[in-house]
Design a binder for this molecule. Structure first.
Ligand SMILES: Cc1cc2nc3c(=O)[nH]c(=O)nc-3n(C[C@H](O)[C@H](O)[C@H](O)COP(=O)(O)OP(=O)(O)OC[C@H]3O[C@@H](n4cnc5c(N)ncnc54)[C@H](O)[C@@H]3O)c2cc1C
Length: 187
């Protein structure tokens, strides 16, 4: 069983995955390559002078893999409750996870199908979002959401930051205490 299955490898999902994997949590990222980020040319991401969307997405996946996350290119079709977690079904396989994080960008079809509560979006062109609390929890305990689908401002620095925030909350819940990931510069 995976500690965390993340649906979506855009800015929010890959950022979350690198945190959960780096924290030693068994992490699977499932993505079907429909990231809106791949259409962007980005000059407003702190610390990055300029970058193409496809490059940012590839670097994000590479960072997640570096820390041990597994990534597969599949479409998640259903998520259902099982003992101790969830069964995540795709068009090709079935996986089990203690926690599921939805980072599906502008897409809410899967969330609606599995009974997550939605509401009207506030950001330009984002019609529907998931109803999450400040930690990123949805109405189903153990299913979380981050990034555009969770209603944050549609900018890579913010969706990536939201993915990191929700990942830290999941790690903290798994560990039973607040988690912080600080590497220290060696002198
Ligand atoms: C044309 C354009 C230009 C932009 N320019 C900028 C800019 O200059 N600066 C800026 O900050 N932002 C820009 N953005 C916005 C930026 O791309 C988004 O804010 C942000 O990166 C979205 O990240 P996300 O992770 O929420 O969603 P996405 O990057 O869209 O990722 C969602 C992922 O979920 C996957 N997915 C969804 N459903 C499933 C499923 N059922 N199974 C498997 N996978 C699934 C998709 O394949 C996708 O890869 C631009 C966006 C567009 C469209």
């Amino acid at each position: 069983m995976f500690d965390v299955v993340i649906v979506g490898a855009g800015a929010a999902g890959a950022s979350a995955a690198l945190f959960t994997a780096k924290a030693g949590k068994k992490t699977l990222v499932i993505d079907n390559d429909k990231s809106m980020t791949k259409r962007a040319w980005i000059e407003n991401h702190y610390g990055v002078t300029e970058i193409t969307g496809p490059e940012l997405v590839e670097i994000g996946k590479k960072q997640a893999r570096k820390f041990g996350a597994e990534l597969v290119e599949e479409t998640v079709t259903n998520i259902s409750k099982i003992d101790g977690g969830f069964k995540v079904e795709t068009d090709q396989h079935s996986y089990e996870a203690k926690h599921v994080l939805l980072a599906t960008g502008a897409l809410t079809d899967l969330a609606k199908k599995i009974g997550l509560t939605t509401k009207a979006g506030t950001e330009p062109r984002i019609k529907t979002i998931l109803d999450v609390d400040a930690k990123g929890k949805t109405n189903i305990d153990g299913i979380w959401a981050a990034g555009t689908v969770a209603g944050v401002s549609v900018h890579t620095i913010i969706t990536a930051g939201d993915g990191a925030k929700v990942a830290i909350n999941i790690i903290s819940e798994l560990n039973g205490e607040r988690y912080v990931d600080h590497d220290v510069l060696k002198s």
